[in-house]
Design a binder for this molecule. Structure first.
Ligand code: IPE
Ligand code: IPE
Ligand code: MG
Length: 261
């Protein structure tokens, strides 16, 4: 994706002591960054606040991550917002999150227009409250012809459910005689995932220090570089993002082969 160097410099003007924009190789920015946005609850609890306040603060961090990704010229940013297991949380928290998704999306649509960002969703949206679904559809319709970065929001997303669904769809195609069993190859599976058409993430960031995937993109992360930071999601800002990119650029990606010099 194109990168506007002047805008990027202005955005990263206020450098901390340990990092500056010149530490980054602008020709080797990851194309697709994915984030497991974790730690909202702990952020709130540490301040004596209700967990919901952590989710509200998390929205500000997400807005910054979207803007940062656009400034860095990413092709895609995907984020894990609600897992198929998150329904296990108290109803009050689930309701708040569903409400927050809807209101936030409406509020942020001007940003998507301004930055030419195209929205998509990963996950089974049929289980969401109608109001949330309606707003999501509006977001899809209004950004469908945007040609800039893709922003993928994973809501009611679970990797195992996604893979089971892909297997079901492929089995139905075989049963209907549309394809032969031999046609079920890696490409066919990938085409039946929610991420169809998106490149696999180059970099996965998880905040709040947890070293697990929590059922996120099990197939797509096969060769992704992982970056885990103890920073809680609401505190994760543009410089933390750049730190993750710097770490990514220090990695040697081999894809099972040998290091190329
Ligand atoms: C991530 O923060 C947001 C969602 C899962 C919706 P958490 O709510 O998981 O925060 P912690 O992990 O309890 O601190
Ligand atoms: C993963 O975080 C899901 C999202 C960030 C949406 P969780 O907080 O649900 O994960 P666990 O329960 O700690 O594994
Ligand atoms: Mg969590």
């Amino acid at each position: 994706m194109r990168l506007d160097i002047d805008k990027l410099r202005a955005y990263y003007a206020d450098a901390p002591d340990d990092l500056s924009l010149s530490d980054i190789d602008l020709d080797r920015i990851p194309a697709h960054v994915s984030i497991i946005m974790d730690g909202n609850g702990r952020w709130a609890t540490a301040r004596g606040l209700d967990r919901s306040r952590g989710h509200v603060a998390g929205v500000d961090a997400l807005r910054e991550a979207v803007t940062t990704s656009v400034r860095l010229g990413l092709d895609a940013l995907s984020v894990y917002a609600f897992s198929t297991e998150n329904w296990r949380r108290p109803k009050r928290e689930v309701d708040l999150l569903m409400h927050l998704f809807a209101t936030t999306l409406v509020k942020e649509l001007p940003l998507f227009h301004q930055e030419n960002v195209r929205l998509r969703f990963l996950g089974d949206l049929t289980a969401l409250p109608e109001k949330t679904r309606t707003v999501f559809q509006r977001g899809l319709d209004e950004t469908a012809d945007h040609t800039g970065m893709t922003f993928a929001l994973a809501v009611n997303y679970g990797s195992r459910a996604e893979l089971a669904r892909a297997a079901r769809e492929l089995a139905a195609d075989v049963a209907a005689g549309k394809i032969a069993p031999e046609d079920v190859d890696e490409e066919a599976v990938a085409a039946h995932l929610y991420t169809a058409g998106l490149p696999d993430p180059d970099l996965l960031i998880r905040t709040s220090g947890e070293m697990r995937l929590s059922n996120y993109l099990l197939w797509q992360l096969a060769y992704t570089e992982f970056y885990v930071t103890p920073t809680l999601w609401p505190d994760f800002g543009r410089w933390d993002f750049l730190r993750a990119v710097a770490a990514f650029q220090g990695r040697s990606r081999r894809y099972g082969g040998v290091v190329s010099s």
